[in-house]
Design a protein around this ligand. Structure first.
Ligand SMILES: Cc1cc2nc3c(=O)[nH]c(=O)nc-3n(C[C@H](O)[C@H](O)[C@H](O)COP(=O)(O)OP(=O)(O)OC[C@H]3O[C@@H](n4cnc5c(N)ncnc54)[C@H](O)[C@@H]3O)c2cc1C
Length: 336
């Protein structure tokens, strides 16, 4: 059992900054995230894009902002449970909560702050009946480490930037033994220069490009061995492969949190904008995941929400203590 003062669900920018603000009040945080790395949308969707509306930074790459937030919170030694979605919450007799992750990790805290953003990112999967049987046995929906595909025959499916860019990367750098790119249409949604590059690589025989086709079947004994492709004109095509990587994007959903008894409006958690508390005492919601009148889904607004929420959390955890605002310029950062 991991025990902490504040359990933060979500390691996006808002969750990370909240660790810092909680630390200034001597409250310890542990964070849980379904993604394998911290940073939420900034790391997962747009790490190389510059953000122009973070106060004090005329421009900062989203990935750099996350690095800075990690460094800023480091003195307060937050704990992390990564790669595990929070699926269950149980209120205890002492009013604390036990939050359980999908892999069974248990976290106990008097305060839970949901900084879940758009929710858990789930891959869009192709409608192949037995696809789950081959997950982690030759079928992956995200490429985490390109070297994993060294000398392997891979079918990549999709028509967006992800499918195009990974096909180019794995083929051009001669990482994979063979790349077969399968796409339902003749036209792609990705950047024009990436599309042109794929066509050039296909013309040179470096990528096998199969368009107007879909992977409709996967076969194998203990792991993936073959994919069955249905071509609009040529009919069935079978390829022997080591990996099938459908890159159809990630779709966010509030997921299990939607069933925790919280008041939900249009997929977001309703909060009191005085302190971002929810209808369940002890549970707060901050950042993109919450809603109230005039809500703006901006990072800087989430920072403000986290700051006020920890002040409220402090008085819940220490009802007998008065918290006096102290400037960091005066007090510095007294880590744990
Ligand atoms: C392309 C793009 C550009 C943007 N540009 C700007 C900009 O210029 N300026 C700006 O202010 N904002 C911008 N935004 C919006 C900004 O990224 C969000 O406002 C911000 O990421 C919200 O932070 P967050 O911490 O609330 O949530 P998120 O960043 O969404 O992080 C939430 C985290 O919670 C995790 N999570 C959710 N549910 C669970 C669960 N049940 N268990 C475990 N983990 C869970 C998710 O995996 C995720 O990592 C942009 C967004 C996009 C997509």
């Amino acid at each position: 059992m991991i025990e902490t003062d504040i359990l933060i669900i979500g390691t996006g920018p808002v969750g990370l900054f909240t660790v810092f603000e909680a630390g200034l009040l001597k409250l310890k945080c542990h964070l849980i995230d379904s993604l394998p790395q911290p940073g939420g949308q900034c790391s997962e969707i747009y790490p190389k894009k510059p953000i122009y509306d973070i106060p004090g930074f005329p421009s900062i790459l989203a990935g750099e902002l996350i690095d800075n937030l990690m460094a800023q919170s480091a003195p307060f030694k937050p704990g992390f449970t990564l790669g595990e979605a929070a699926v269950k919450i149980e209120k205890q007799a002492d009013n604390s909560f036990i939050v359980t992750g999908v892999k069974g990790t248990k976290h106990k805290a008097p305060i839970v702050m949901i900084a879940g953003g758009l929710g858990v990112f789930e891959p869009r999967k192709p409608p192949i009946e037995n696809i789950t049987a081959f997950e982690e046995k030759g079928i992956e929906y995200i490429i985490k480490d390109p070297e994993f595909y060294k000398d392997k025959t891979c079918v990549i499916a999709g028509g967006g930037d992800s499918a195009l860019d990974w096909s180019i990367f794995l083929a051009e750098r001669k990482i994979a033994k063979k790349i077969i790119l399968v796409h339902r249409n003749n036209s792609f949604r990705g950047h024009l220069d990436s599309v042109q590059k794929v066509i050039d690589l296909a013309d040179r025989g470096i990528i096998e490009l199969i368009t107007e086709a879909e992977v409709v079947g996967v076969e194998g004994k203990n792991s993936l061995e073959k994919v069955v492709i249905s071509h609009q004109k040529q009919g069935e095509i079978v390829r022997e492969v080591d990996h099938f990587i459908p890159l159809f994007g990630l779709k966010p959903s509030l997921g299990p949190i939607a069933d925790w008894g919280l008041e939900i409006e249009k997929g977001a958690i309703v909060v009191n904008p005085l302190d971002y508390s929810t209808n369940i005492p002890g549970i707060y919601a901050i950042g993109d995941v919450n809603t109230y009148t005039n809500k703006l889904k901006l990072i800087l607004c989430g920072f403000h929400e986290g700051t006020l929420a920890v002040q409220s959390a402090f008085s819940k955890i220490h009802p007998d203590k008065k918290n006096i605002l102290k400037y960091t310029t005066v007090n510095g950062v007294q880590g744990f």
